[in-house]
Design a protein around this ligand. Structure first.
Ligand SMILES: NC(=O)c1ccc[n+]([C@@H]2O[C@H](COP(=O)([O-])OP(=O)(O)OC[C@H]3O[C@@H](n4cnc5c(N)ncnc54)[C@H](O)[C@@H]3O)[C@@H](O)[C@H]2O)c1
Ligand SMILES: O=c1ccn([C@@H]2O[C@H](COP(=O)(O)OP(=O)(O)O[C@H]3O[C@H](CO)[C@@H](O)[C@H](O)[C@H]3O)[C@@H](O)[C@H]2O)c(=O)[nH]1
Length: 453
């Protein structure tokens, strides 16, 4: 029986390994982590992350061929294939602080693998890492190899939170990079055979190591760039009377552009886009490519601009101050169907409003009050915050808001600011609300109170 061990039981390690286990009954999969509360939660009825469909997959194979354990060394020693799926946050100190990826967790995992291994291993980079990381890992592993043969593969993960299980069941592609040597090709083949249990062969791409590592950063940069592009357009739409949804639809009909990922928003969030673009920017700078670095930096600058623009709209609409005014914030996670608050634009929006002394009440069915308090207490540089994986109790009860009742109880004029273009603005206007929708023609009220973006 092939044995897989995954180091890191987070948003990637947990769901990815659960899907491998459910699709490959002949493989034993053990997910290990240094965090006991996290492992305990994976072994309980309340999983540490909320992801539609995850409970069912875990329940189907946990205790059969899927295990969660804190006994990291034992399971690493026994494994044939080791996935490393630890966090790789942005460095907050020292060389490259604010941009470069912090590989502390990766390095300690690699050193531990070198220490405890007694048989040949395939070590798979699942975490998103800077291009050329495999070379550094190879050095750590082979430095003290005791005759053990290590093959390093890059197998970046492309799942998006909120749709992780669907994405893993039907990936657009699986990417495997390896050394172009006979041993390297053999290792690539071994990993390919795992995925071939459910992924069609034509969707499994094999490349060299550096292409695989860089493709992950490139994919996230391209995706985030689309959002910044449409968000930049949303500002111009508001200034001209164009409607960003109509513009997105019209351009998305061009098959070269395509319709996906063109929704204007208050800005992208999540643990990946900003971190990975900053990392890309740093790599470009280190390779003497400042023009390329500046090009990608703009994607983040527009994202920051979009968040400030939203806050400015709120404040300027209410006579340039929200001091003492009660603002309800509906939704705090970085997107729907997740409880993850890493880099959520809601943090910046709430901080902007609190900075203007608003009274802010926040609600998100997937996020605990403690988590929100921690997020708002953190200063901007604490990019990775390990507390985010506390068990949550997913509530699937959908509650419809009674906007008429809400309106009746609010001070007038009453406002709704929609950072995701999800409310029915016409209906709300009929009730009497002044509504701001990103990138849509402005209400007369808002036109008279131009925001300084
Ligand atoms: N979150 C996503 O949607 C997503 C998608 C694709 C790729 N990625 C990438 O995957 C990687 C992991 O992301 P994540 O969101 O799962 O992170 P996470 O913080 O949710 O999980 C990482 C886990 O690794 C554990 N860990 C750290 N060092 C360890 C060690 N030495 N030994 C054992 N366990 C250790 C931590 O305790 C934590 O539970 C990152 O590089 C990220 O960029 C994330
Ligand atoms: O048209 C869109 C699409 C997304 N978003 C926002 O963009 C952010 C990121 O969304 P999404 O990409 O769906 O979620 P992530 O879980 O961050 O997934 C991204 O980051 C992962 C980590 O690297 C990759 O694996 C995925 O392929 C990549 O989509 C969220 O705040 C969304 O609300 C928009 O504003 N407009």
């Amino acid at each position: 029986m092939v044995k897989i061990c995954c180091i890191g039981a987070g948003y990637v390690g947990g769901p990815t390994m659960a899907v491998i286990a459910v699709k490959c009954p002949a493989i034993e999969v053990v997910v290990v982590d240094i965090s006991k509360p996290r492992i305990d939660a994976w072994n309980s009825d309340t999983l540490p992350i909320y992801e539609p469909g995850l409970d069912e997959v875990v329940k189907a194979c946990r205790g059969k061929n899927l295990f969660f354990s804190t006994d990291v060394e034992k399971h690493v020693a026994e494994a044939d294939i080791i996935f490393v799926s630890v966090n790789t946050p942005t460095k907050t100190r020292g060389l490259g602080a604010g941009k470069a990826a912090d590989l502390t967790y990766w390095e300690s995992a690699a050193r531990m693998i070198a220490d405890v291994s007694k048989s040949d291993k395939i070590v798979v980079e699942k975490s998103t890492v800077p291009v050329k990381t495999a070379e550094a890992i190879e050095k750590i592993l082979t430095h003290n190899s005791k005759g053990i043969n290590y093959q390093i593969l890059s197998n970046p993960e492309f799942l998006a939170e909120g749709t992780a299980i669907d994405d893993l069941f039907k990936p657009d592609r699986v990417l495997i990079g390896g050394r172009e040597t006979p041993e390297g090709r053999k290792a690539v083949q071994a990993l390919k055979e795992v995925y071939a249990n459910w992924v069609p062969e034509e969707n499994i791409i094999t490349t060299n190591l550096w292409s695989a590592e860089l493709s992950k950063l490139a994919a996230n940069a391209f995706l985030a760039q689309r959002i910044s592009s449409v968000n930049a357009m949303s500002a111009l739409c508001e200034a001209t009377g164009a409607n960003v949804s109509e513009v997105s639809y019209a351009i998305g009909k061009d098959s070269r552009i395509g319709p996906k990922f063109l929704n204007a928003s208050v800005g992208f969030g999540g643990s990946c886009f900003q971190k990975d673009i900053l990392n890309l920017v740093y790599i470009c700078e280190c390779n003497g490519l400042p023009e390329v670095a500046n090009y990608w930096k703009q994607v983040i600058k527009i994202n920051d601009y979009q968040k400030s623009r939203f806050v400015n709209r709120v404040v300027s609409s209410m006579f340039n101050t929200v001091s003492g005014k009660k603002v309800a914030v509906l939704g705090f996670a970085f997107k729907k169907d997740t409880g993850d608050t890493r880099e959520t634009p809601a943090i910046d929006v709430c901080k902007g409003l609190l900075g203007d002394k608003a009274q802010v009440s926040i609600y998100d069915p997937q996020v605990t009050e403690d988590q929100i308090q921690r997020d708002l207490a953190m200063n901007k540089f604490d990019w990775d915050h390990p507390m985010h994986l506390q068990p949550t109790s997913p509530s699937s009860v959908k509650q419809e808001l009674d906007y008429q009742k809400i309106f009746n109880n609010m001070q007038k004029p009453a406002f709704v600011f929609d950072g995701r273009n999800v409310v029915n603005a016409d209906k709300l206007r009929e009730i009497g609300f002044i509504v701001y929708s990103i990138g849509k023609p402005l209400d007369a009220w808002l036109k008279d109170m131009p925001a300084i973006a």
